[in-house]
Design a protein around this ligand. Structure first.
Ligand SMILES: Nc1ncnc2c1ncn2[C@@H]1O[C@H](COP(=O)(O)OP(=O)(O)OP(=O)(O)O)[C@@H](O)[C@H]1O
Ligand SMILES: [Mg+2]
Length: 250
């Protein structure tokens, strides 16, 4: 479903991604770990089409299409969802209106009828329950004045509304209290099916107790330097990254 081949990307002439290879198949959960500044968020940004970054080499195929050639809106419409480390605020636009537009645009793209107001409300009620999101938040402006944890929950709520084929979640666990972490992670797991896939970027093994990964990758200095199964995360938790990165220092 996602095939990243030898992806290179830079910002302000500085190369950040230095040859990423990653293949994600339907039904899989991948975790990407790695020290601060190794390029994890950059990878998510490049997939999202953030114009700050320049792709200088390689290719990305998503559902058989050339992702990098696709306009940003089409990436989302086709079923790519990015949950960001620092979710943006959209003042003046309520969550409900924002989501209604997003959901209906996606439906139009798929050739489906837009949801009626009643259908939309029902969907919103059902999906906000998945992450135990306070329903009052949906009448507030997107992320404006939301607490850090509320923003993260809100992202998973958006994911639940959009039912993406591939979700890339960047540090969805950071800043969550212990209960919220369980709720959010369980929410992600509930949304997982054999047809969709999830990539979670995280620093901590504890998230992976809930969202059990099939594959764990370590990103370091813009490259995936090691790949293993879920036990790799446990080993990293105990031993840190030193044993892996010594060979890759310059
Ligand atoms: N706009 C930018 N201008 C200059 N350097 C940038 C920019 N964006 C990212 N970088 C650099 O790219 C590198 C990778 O950053 P990135 O945010 O992808 O790391 P990360 O792996 O997500 O780290 P963390 O675990 O701290 O979130 C860092 O050295 C960062 O300073
Ligand atoms: Mg990051």
């Amino acid at each position: 479903m996602l095939k990243v081949t030898n992806l290179h990307a830079s910002v302000d002439g500085k190369e950040i991604l230095r040859g990423i290879d990653l293949e994600v198949r339907p039904g899989e959960v991948h975790a990407i770990m790695g020290p601060n500044g190794s390029g994890k968020s950059t990878l998510a940004s490049v997939l999202a089409g953030n114009e700050k970054f320049t792709v200088t080499g390689g290719s990305v195929e998503f559902l058989g299409r050339d992702l990098l050639a696709m306009p940003i809106e089409d990436r989302a419409r086709l079923g790519l969802f990015l949950g960001f480390q620092y979710p943006v605020e959209i003042p003046g636009v309520t969550m409900a209106n924002f989501m209604k537009q997003a959901v209906n645009e996606q439906r139009r793209f798929r050739g489906e009828e837009p949801l009626t107001a009643a259908e939309f409300l029902r969907l919103m009620r059902e999906r906000s329950a998945v992450v135990e999101l306070d329903p009052r938040l949906t009448s507030r402006a997107v992320n404006e004045g939301f607490s850090g944890g509320e923003k993260k929950k809100n992202e998973i709520f958006q994911m639940a509304m959009l039912e993406p084929r591939l979700a890339v979640l960047d540090e969805t666990d950071s800043g969550l209290d212990i209960d919220a972490l369980r709720i959010v992670a369980t929410g992600v797991t509930k949304l997982h099916t054999a047809q969709n896939a999830t990539v979670v970027i995280t620093h901590y093994q504890r998230l992976l107790d809930y969202i059990v990964p099939d594959v764990v990758h370590v990103l370091y200095r813009g490259r995936i330097i090691h790949t293993g199964d879920k036990t790799l995360a446990l080993k990293l938790e105990k031993e840190g990254y030193d044993w892996l990165i010594n060979d890759h220092k310059e």
